[in-house]
Design a binder for this molecule. Sequence first.
Ligand SMILES: NC(=O)c1ccc[n+]([C@@H]2O[C@H](COP(=O)([O-])OP(=O)(O)OC[C@H]3O[C@@H](n4cnc5c(N)ncnc54)[C@H](O)[C@@H]3O)[C@@H](O)[C@H]2O)c1
Length: 425
Amino acid sequence: MSAEVAVIGLGRIGLPLAISFADRGLRVLGIDKDPDRLQAVRDARMPFEEPGAQEALDRVHAAGTLTISDRVADAACAEHIVITLGTPSLSHIEIDISDIRSALDDLLPHLEAAAGHTIALRSTIAPGTTEYVAGYLAKHRGFVIGEDIFVAHAPERIAAGRFFEEIETLPCIVGGVDEASGERVGALFAIFGAPVVQTSPAQAELAKIWTNILRYANFALPNLLMMDCEQHGANVFEVIDLINRDYPRGGIAMPGFTAGTCLRKDFAFSEERSNAPGMLLAVSRVNESVPLFLVEGMKRRLGSLNGRKIAVLGLAFKGNTDDERDSLAHKLVRLLERELADVAVHDPRVATPTPPFEEAVGLADAIVVAANHDEFAGSGPLRIIAELAGVDALIVDPWNCFGAKQVFAYVAELSAITNGQVALP
Ligand SMILES: NC(=O)c1ccc[n+]([C@@H]2O[C@H](COP(=O)([O-])OP(=O)(O)OC[C@H]3O[C@@H](n4cnc5c(N)ncnc54)[C@H](O)[C@@H]3O)[C@@H](O)[C@H]2O)c1
């Protein structure tokens, strides 16, 4: 076979994975339908930020172990076929596996029983999807799963920005539809050196989506607490400190914008067949309400936002990433625009071009930290804001990025809180 591994979908997950296999000497075929993505790989240029990826891409480019194609059918030239396609949720509280199905349809006529292909589903999928994929291959080609072809789920649980560190350390969960499928996919991923944990497909699917549901619910609690604190005139950071201080039974996380391409949609993978319908929808609603909560908080303090300049710092879905997909910062901007505010955005990391920090915050009536990038942390940026926006500007910092421990505070108050570190003009 001309390739040992084919990776279908060279996105945020598929491209680092394809590079990682190739960097370990496997002959890898990377497949994507996006011509810009393919051109970037051809030019040995990472199309998004992932620490360590550019250096690894340079190495595999020099070694010639990663080739690319825009045809899913070409994956049939590889023994192992890893699917890393997107799995969004529809607006019907239903997961959308149309990309996976379309890839299977492209592949079906080209798979050969004699080749002993393994199909590893790396995408996040709802419980039952691995068995569905095995059933689809059996139904349409008459393959005997576990003899002619092998199918397993090997979920990706790595956080953006930590791929190259966590691929070697995070236990790799493998749920094979039968023992042989689990063993083959486990052997493929064992190349990274992390422990491989064998289980059933449903348990692998549940483990992945509940990893994300746990995080999503975990962040909803401090976000709801932040709203309760506003209602009662309390300071959420002081309440969190009271909860967590020297308390031995776990702690509460910090508030912030909780979304992104995985957390925002993965709860739907449980919700579509939930035993407690609405419970996770309520969790989602809390996290989705945070931008509106901030807009309402600004209106309570500034009055109408019509014609007021509001600077939004950060468009990424969280700090220190260039990933803007499903970011609540964009939702915040849309809500502010519906208040007829004059919105200025600045983000030093994302691909969307934005004006410089000084231009965004200059003469702003309010400045909102929407993504806690390192560039915004500490008193330095606050000093520039004090100079360029003045003491009456309202700072909105649910992340406590500036370290002043106030969700809403005027620059003048922050100067006092930060013990004069921020000199007022
Ligand atoms: N991004 C993350 O941090 C993360 C973490 C864990 C799990 N996941 C899961 O991994 C999966 C992939 O996520 P992602 O963020 O890498 O998605 P993505 O959208 O960045 O990547 C998908 C890629 O597939 C390509 N593609 C779509 N249809 C295609 C087709 N028919 N043929 C060829 N290429 C096609 C797209 O062009 C894109 O490059 C999802 O199930 C996601 O939930 C993502």
